[in-house]
Design a protein around this ligand. Structure first.
Ligand code: SF4
Length: 346
């Protein structure tokens, strides 16, 4: 848990649990996750698919798909308000207006039968007293801000008439049109080619600098983290396993899982004949090993790891890792966490 203080974070998540009913009782897909996001900062939530990062994001908007549910004892405060106790109308007024989400695949998030201008204008009309005409003008102005050429004409087009990169710009325009204080972006560039990815990330960074919004960026890509993050939260099997300022994480990764993610990251300008992967795969949530949940994949695992679940140990200022090696560094072996290597697809 983040230590209590009189300082109020923009977003404060404490002991978040998301549970799904399973044959042998509840399975916790998100298990005791705590973190904060401050006004104007970019925090990256990182991990492989299935680690709980997208569910964590959906929880913030209370959009966990049933039969999943946010379990009792979870706390989510946004700007001092307890989101889990709000009624639906109050929550709707926060969603979109103060906290907005950008999804991975704009084609599924945009309405195919409405023009993109109408979709952005609708967001304005639902949340403000702006007239239809004013909302349309806001939509066109926002399309210009996200770098879409000839916005009056583009606003009259349907999503299928735009390229993937342009659709993602429309999603960003829709998320930002009401100047929210927090934007949650779930793998916003995954479906795009590399050049467009870089442009979209640059746009998000620019918009953050221009508006002062905070950005919670969910990604499996440590290249994106290096470009964007001020702080990083690494998740594995529904838990936070490491959190650190971005420089500290890259300079001194302290959880073997983070080390594995870093070793698997392709490096620009370095000829790599092979890419590394972390050996093994994420265990099913209903069948996690005792002690440390990363134990089956960890080359450093020792007897204590099987019997005692690690907590988040302090590594340095604002840097914590859920690994017994922080307390017993002499137990570290010479074996690299990325024991399996795969040929790079050319
Ligand atoms: Fe590996 Fe043990 Fe650390 Fe878990 S606690 S990551 S098994 S060394």
């Amino acid at each position: 848990m983040t230590s209590p203080s009189s300082h109020q974070s923009l977003l404060d998540v404490q002991s978040l649990q998301v549970a799904f009913p399973g044959a042998a009782g509840d399975v916790r897909a998100v298990d005791g996750v705590s973190f904060t996001v401050e006004q104007g900062e970019t925090v990256c939530l990182v991990g492989e698919s299935g680690c709980g990062k997208s569910l964590t994001a959906l929880s913030l908007l209370r959009l966990v798909p049933p039969p999943g549910r946010i379990a009792a004892g979870s706390h989510i405060h946004f700007d001092g308000r307890d989101l889990l106790s709000l009624d639906e109308p109050s929550l709707r007024s926060i969603r979109g207006r103060q906290m907005a989400m950008i999804f991975q695949e704009p084609m599924t998030a945009l309405n195919p039968v409405l023009t993109v201008g109408d979709q952005i204008a609708e967001v304005v009309q639902v949340h403000t007293k702006r007239s239809r005409r004013e909302s349309w003008d806001d939509a066109v102005a926002m399309l210009a801000q996200v770098g879409i050429a000839d916005p009056p004409a583009r606003a009259k087009q349907y999503p299928h008439e735009l390229s993937g990169g342009m659709r993602q710009r429309v999603m960003i325009a829709m998320a930002l049109v009401l100047s929210p204080r927090l934007v949650i972006a779930d793998e916003p560039t995954t479906a795009l080619d590399v050049t467009i990815q870089a442009q979209i990330l640059e746009l998000l960074r620019e918009m953050r600098e221009r508006t002062g919004m905070a950005l919670l960026l969910i990604t499996h890509d440590l290249g994106v983290v290096a470009e964007m993050a001020s702080r990083v939260i690494v998740m594995y099997a529904g838990r936070v396993v490491e959190e650190a300022p971005v420089d500290a994480l890259f300079a001194n990764p302290s959880h073997p899982y983070t080390e594995g993610l870093l070793a698997a990251m392709p490096r620009l300008g370095q000829e790599q004949e092979r890419l590394t992967t972390i050996r093994g795969s994420v265990p099913p949530l209903g069948a996690l090993p005792s002690g440390c949940t990363f134990r089956d994949r960890c080359p450093h695992a020792f007897d204590r790891c099987a019997v005692e679940e690690p907590v988040l140990y302090q590594v340095g200022p604002a840097h914590r890792a859920r690994c017994h090696l922080v307390q017993e560094p002499e137990r570290r072996t010479d074996v690299n966490v990325t024991a399996n290597r795969v040929e790079r697809a050319s």
